[in-house]
Design a protein around this ligand. Structure first.
Ligand SMILES: [Zn+2]
Length: 463
């Protein structure tokens, strides 16, 4: 299973300058080849010359132009060959993507490639073969540059730079897994991005299973075959961040989006946002970035914890009802995308650890009593958190009942050795809540109907 391993690099100023230089040259080559491609395109349109088409539209046509360019422009030789090759391949890839979209969709939805501004986007350095042009000595990656003149011998030699991985490699990492390496720069930070192919671990038989009912207030409420009910709370920082995002957004939107009139060289005019708008927008972007990072850590921590305790995790397929715009809608939408990301994280964690991820059909799960399967006509309004089945008299915690229905559905569809014979009743014996504090998960006694269980032991036992 191919995946990427992105590692922050520590580089000194000198190395950073060298890497910047390499990236600039690769960027230059891309633009130079694009100039050529634009000319070839013009010519091909006039002449339909197949020789021209071959350079322009094949996978390696432009790459084969690199050696001649290297002779013409000796500075290209200071960059490692596969990095140059990949600048050409990237352009050919973009052209072919454009062609393909045109063929398939008629009108083009993918644009012809544009010149790249190095200042706007750092051109990544790609080493596309396993351990060719780069090495790893402990935590020190070394990447090859091009040829430089050795002043001692007067001969050309291969130049290298060394960086340092800011973090240790994960324990599953083995050099044999590496397919390629990309050096990228985001803001002022350099990263080594390894593409790795990891063997998929054999699937273990499913023992313990949990079904999770995602909801608006929390990430979800789960019921497991171990009789434990778990409320997975959203972290406190989300609320604070969302409030700040809302405030900033309304401040920004009060500023004029079109405030500064500029006249272009060709006489046409355009409007730019005010300085204040741009400033607020920048801060808003930063908050969104922080939110993404923090939720990522949160979701990973929860997923790891779940798979430490369970072999199979199944999440309700939660499809939001369209329609009316309510006040809480944006918030609900934020949570929806969080649940979407949660599912992806679970899936990924499951594959990585040889465990099982799945979804269950939520339709009708809230309004059906898990004890007698009576369906409450018209459903249960969202504000009703607890209810009593009119048919059998069982008292239900709303989310726990629907998660229990989910678990029953999962067990009916799944061979679960030892735990899931059809028709077995699932009994919740313990309730707990998981609270993420930014670093790890705190387990606290379950909260039911706003009342905290009186057991201080961390779990609430149910008689
Ligand atoms: Zn009932």
């Amino acid at each position: 299973m191919p995946s990427v391993l992105k590692m922050l690099l520590e580089v000194d100023e000198h190395t950073a300058a060298i890497l910047d230089g390499q990236s600039r040259i690769a960027n230059w080559l891309y633009n130079r080849l694009l100039e050529e491609a634009n000319e070839l395109r013009r010519r091909f349109r006039q002449t339909q010359d197949p020789a021209v088409g071959k350079v322009l539209y094949t996978e390696r046509g432009l790459r084969d132009r690199v050696p001649a360019l290297k002779k013409e422009r000796p500075f290209l030789r200071t960059v490692y060959s596969s990095v140059l090759k990949n600048a050409a391949l990237r352009l050919s890839g973009a052209i072919r993507k454009y062609q393909k979209a045109r063929r398939e969709k008629g009108a083009s939805s993918v644009g012809w490639p544009k010149f790249r501004s190095w200042k706007r986007e750092w051109f990544s350095l790609q080493y596309d073969e396993p351990w060719k042009g780069y090495r790893l000595e402990g935590r020190k990656p070394e990447v090859s540059l091009g040829k430089v003149l050795d002043e001692g011998t007067g001969k050309e030699k291969q130049a290298q730079v060394t960086a340092h991985l800011a973090e240790p490699l994960p324990d599953w990492f083995e050099p044999g897994m590496v397919r390629q390496l990309r050096i990228v720069k985001e803001g002022k930070l350099f990263y080594a991005v390894f593409t790795v192919r990891r063997p998929v671990p054999a699937r273990r038989p499913v023992g313990r299973v949990i079904a999770i009912d995602p909801n608006h207030k929390n990430l979800g409420y789960g019921v497991g075959t171990d009789g434990v009910a778990t409320e997975i709370q959203n972290p406190w920082f989300l609320k604070i961040l969302d409030r700040r995002i809302d405030e900033l957004k309304s401040l920004r939107d009060r500023c004029k989006r079109k405030s500064v009139r500029v006249v272009r060289e060709d006489g046409t005019e355009a409007w730019l946002p005010s300085r204040r708008w741009r400033k607020l927008n920048e801060r808003l972007d930063e908050l969104w970035r922080v939110r993404r990072e923090q939720t990522k850590t949160y979701l990973r921590t929860v997923a790891n914890r779940l798979y430490r305790e369970y072999d199979g995790v199944f999440v309700g397929d939660y499809t939001p009802h369209g329609g009316g715009i309510s006040r809480g809608m944006r918030r609900a939408m934020n949570n929806q995308s969080l649940i979407g990301r949660f599912k992806k994280t679970l899936k990924w964690t499951a594959t990585r650890s040889g465990k099982v991820y799945g979804e269950w059909d939520e339709d009708g799960s809230t309004r059906s009593c898990h004890a007698c399967h009576y369906e409450v006509p018209g459903g249960i309004p969202p504000e009703v958190r607890e209810w009593t089945c009119p048919e059998c008299g069982t008292h239900h915690i709303r989310d726990e009942n629907s998660a229990t229905n989910g678990l029953e559905q999962v067990l009916n569809n799944l061979e679960v050795p030892g735990s899931g014979r059809l028709g077995d009743k699932i009994v919740v014996t313990t309730r707990r809540a998981w609270r993420f504090d930014g670093l790890g998960i705190q387990e606290i006694p379950g909260i039911v109907g706003g009342r905290v269980g009186d057991h201080a032991a961390g779990r609430q036992e149910i008689k």
